[in-house]
Design a protein around this ligand. Structure first.
Ligand code: NOJ
Length: 562
């Protein structure tokens, strides 16, 4: 087994060296309502998180990202914010947030919070004021209100559809009781889009950034970062609303990836840089191709942007190699790290997704009546995918519970579904509830140790009992121990800062040498049907398959010392 004769021709990423923390950090995403419930109401909370921080320290991650915990009517699980400077009582108080930040820092964990700037809740004070103010007023101008089309303005101002299904416009009733203007909401009708052309909106969010930076947060994950600025005149758009190729300006959807968004992030970056301690922000931007995404991580904008291209790549060797090489090429061109991710609160968990038919469109959730994915196959591939991902230099995100190999809940009763996409698509899409199930900590406790109560805001599947933390802790070969070993080795050898050379090991084998400061590690993933023979003298550092005796089975990955 050798690298290509001309290994440098396959160098897909040079080393980043020992630089800022965010270039190589592994960040653990906590979905606050689903991680740890301290008070028994069935919904996770900030004190619950604080109490469990030592678990994350032992897992070996560098930081936590918390999905929104702000005051919110929870129409989109907190991505509908009514007050950006306070905590929803469901999750605790500002004092609880301060304590969480303090305790995280005491455990050497940085804290990234979620910022939701594209829209507020319709229960935000600004939107309430807009409803009672007149058309054309400064209160209305903080959102995107327009007169309707057609006779009596009874038709929406344009044909945009909501990402969640249905029209992207809702008509209001004016204060005098007459049918009134329409407002834009790219998501739920309870999430009105802000008008980022208005300087008041800009200064408000700069102030919100400072509010949280002053409280000590290390960074922000920025929601819908590609959506804040809309094309002038809000022209009709009949194309798809999800991730599409945005290369050509004349076919670019008028609501996504408009050039004007970058000015906002340049202003924010100056604010972050005015604070000590390398504060960072990560863009949630479903933007293709990687060159377009890389514009968000130019050196005066975001430090990170989720690599969703990698997340959606089909489980095929050619596709994975191409996605990895393209990501590095695009990011290296602007001097930014690549930020790997396989799961989050918006997609089917990768322990389930990777068992779906390869190459078919990614579903938004899975119904109990759908063909049920093979759990064993999904877990095997998920472990292999993570073993590949955590070898790769750059940053990486781990979604809560993936370290346990949690599958999607694919048999949720429809009556418990809460994701607005289920209703808005008229039940055509199951939605994202199945990847947001409360975390199992102890097999034999009520709610699998999620909290002191029996009840959880979404029911946990029975399969979560055997996957609970206490069932995997210290158990050789468990997924939890696999993650711990991967993270520890990655940290010890500083793989996140290394260089990446692609190897020619056969059409179905994905392989790289990661040359880090003190060692070179070879990562090999077998996507062929046959076993792949490992060199007899290979030292196995860690393997996704529990036992490998000289051969790497299909859908398994390994790190070798070279
Ligand atoms: C992206 C978030 O990740 C998702 O959960 C949310 O529904 C939308 N943005 C709208 O805020």
């Amino acid at each position: 087994m050798t690298a290509s004769n001309d290994a440098t021709a396959h160098l897909v990423h040079p080393t980043s060296g020992d630089r800022e923390w965010w270039r190589s950090a592994v960040i653990y995403q906590i979905y606050p309502r689903s991680w740890a419930d301290s008070d028994g109401d069935g919904i996770g909370d900030l004190p619950g998180i604080t109490a469990r921080l030592p678990y994350l320290k032992a897992l070996g991650v560098d930081a936590v990202w918390l999905s929104p915990f702000y005051t919110s009517p929870q129409a989109d699980a907190g991505y509908d914010v009514a007050d950006y400077r306070d905590i929803d009582p469901l999750f605790g108080t500002l004092a609880d947030a301060d304590e969480l930040i303090r305790a995280a820092h005491a455990n050497d964990l940085r804290v990234v919070v979620d910022l939701v700037p594209n829209h507020t809740s319709d229960e935000h004070a600004w939107f309430r004021a807009a409803l009672t103010a007149a058309p054309g007023s400064p209160e209305r101008d903080r959102y995107i209100f327009r007169d309707g089309r057609g006779a009596d303005g009874g038709e929406p101002p344009n044909d945009w559809q909501s990402v969640f299904g249905g029209d992207a416009w809702t008509r209001i009733t004016e204060a005098d009781g007459t049918p009134g203007q329409w407002y834009l909401h790219l998501f739920d009708r309870k999430q009105p889009d802000l008008n980022w052309e208005n300087p008041v909106v800009r200064s408000e969010f700069e102030d919100i950034l400072r509010f949280w930076l002053d409280r000590g947060v290390d960074g922000f994950r920025v929601d819908v970062a590609h959506g804040l600025v809309k094309a002038p005149g809000l022209p009709d758009w009949t194309g798809p609303m999800n991730m599409i190729d945005l290369t050509e300006a004349d076919t670019r959807p008028p609501m996504w990836d408009q050039d004007g968004v970058h000015d906002i992030y340049r202003d924010w970056r100056k604010i972050l840089d005015s604070y000590p301690g390398e504060r960072a922000m990560c863009a949630e931007a479903w933007v293709e191709p990687p060159e377009r995404l890389a514009r968000y991580v130019r050196d005066d904008e975001f430090q990170q942007a989720f690599n969703f291209d990698f997340l959606v790549t089909p489980w095929r060797a050619d596709d994975l190699r191409a996605a990895i090489a393209q990501s590095y090429r695009a990011n290296d061109a602007v001097g930014a790290p690549t930020t790997w991710v396989l799961s989050n609160h918006d997609v089917v968990r990768h322990a389930t997704r990777l068992a779906l038919p390869v190459g078919e469109p990614r579903p938004n959730g899975i119904f109990a009546t759908d063909p049920q994915p093979d759990a064993e196959l999904g877990l095997r591939r998920a472990r292999a995918a993570t073993t590949l991902m955590l070898a790769l230099p750059g940053g990486a995100y781990v979604y809560y519970g993936e370290e346990l190999g949690l599958p999607e809940h694919t048999t949720l009763p429809d009556e418990v579904r809460q994701d607005p996409t289920y209703q808005r698509t008229e039940h055509k899409e199951a939605g994202r509830d199945g990847c947001r199930i409360p975390m199992p900590w102890e097999k034999d406790s009520a709610s699998y140790g999620f909290g002191p109560g029996e009840h959880t805001w979404l029911p946990q599947p029975e399969s979560y009992g055997a996957l609970a933390v206490d069932q995997q802790d210290d158990v050789p070969g468990s997924t939890l121990e696999l993650y711990r070993t991967l993270l520890q080795t990655r940290r010890d050898l500083r793989l996140g800062e290394g260089s990446t050379t692609q190897l020619d090991l056969g059409p179905d084998i994905v392989g790289y040498d990661i040359a880090a400061a003190d060692a070179t590690v070879r990562v090999i993933l077998n996507l062929g049907e046959a076993d792949y023979e490992l060199p007899s003298d290979a030292t196995v550092l860690v393997s996704s398959a529990p036992e490998i005796a000289g051969v790497l089975p299909t859908d398994a990955a390994v790190w070798l010392q070279v």
